[in-house]
Design a binder for this molecule. Structure first.
Ligand code: KMH
Ligand code: ZN
Length: 271
């Protein structure tokens, strides 16, 4: 089996310090969390950025500040900005980090309910627009799929030339509005992929480590971090993203799966 790529989603757009005081907002806090995750074994940092007061932003300048500061501490880490941003942002706002030509970025493959009255909107034309921009800039998309229909969308747009092969998917599972986080849900998604693709699994909340384990034994890759889950175990808030990454590393070691360095992750993903 190829080595395990661990992505740390260190911040997200929704979680706040009221949920877990260790969720980073400032540039310094973001760098500290990225470095801690990297030292423990993360080769990719999935990055959202915030204003100092915690407000989510897709500002290109703020992304540049954070990416440069992360790269200073972790020169070889892969930084993967979000183009999802936060619910309600315009496409133009969301696309800003692409102008920095990162190695990777997320590309959300469909619309879903996102709690309460919130809808995370990704129309077919939006996905095409984001896909084209990523091809123009040489950015590898991580295809975020919150449900099976989003895999179908990615496959269709790949055939039409909006997304290049081989595709790399991220199953984001257990969102209230998307697919659940049970083993059968994971198997359904995994078995729906084109055979030349790679995938990573992000389980929300209590699904984080069970789905990480399923991915580890199935040859997939894993995403953990405060964006998806703020607990180390039931009722125990995680003190950092690093401890969440370290837990995945322990599980992988027990199961005999080696951890990929950033250079190995680049080779696996064809960056
Ligand atoms: N914050 C969510 C609305 C992504 O990073 O591409 C969208 C999100 C997906 O987090
Ligand atoms: Zn995200």
């Amino acid at each position: 089996m190829e080595k395990l790529i661990i992505t740390a989603a260190i911040c997200g757009a929704e979680g706040t310090k009221e949920h877990n005081p260790n969720i980073p907002y400032t540039v310094e806090e973001i760098v500290k969390e990225a470095y801690g995750a990297y030292i423990e074994g993360a080769s990719i940092i999935h990055l959202h950025v915030r204003e100092d007061d915690g407000t989510p932003t897709q500002s290109k300048e703020r992304f540049k500040l954070c990416i440069d500061a992360i790269k200073e501490k972790c020169p070889d880490v892969i930084v993967q900005p979000s183009t999802g941003g936060a619910v309600g942002m315009t496409n133009a706002e969301r696309l800003q980090p692409i102008e920095l030509s990162p190695e990777m970025a997320t590309l959300d493959c469909g619309t879903l309910n996102f709690g309460g009255n919130d809808v995370f909107t990704n129309t077919e034309n939006t996905i095409k627009e984001f896909g084209e921009k990523m091809i123009e800039r040489g950015v590898k998309p991580e295809l975020e799929c919150f449900d099976k229909s989003m895999i179908e969308m990615a496959i269709r747009l790949n055939k039409k030339g909006f997304i290049k092969s081989p595709m790399h998917f991220s199953f984001v599972m257990g969102v209230n509005g998307g697919i659940g986080g049970e083993l059968r849900d994971f198997l359904f998604l995994k078995e729906s992929l084109p055979c030349d693709s790679t995938y990573s699994v992000a389980g929300l909340g209590r699904f984080e480590f069970s789905l990480a384990t399923a991915a580890i034994i199935s040859g997939g890759h894993v995403r953990v971090g405060f964006e998806d889950n703020i607990y180390l175990e039931k009722g125990v808030l995680a003190e950092s993203n690093g401890v969440l990454v370290a837990k995945v590393v322990r599980i992988a070691k027990e199961l005999g799966r080696e951890i990929a360095t950033p250079a190995e992750a680049r080779a696996i993903l064809g960056l």
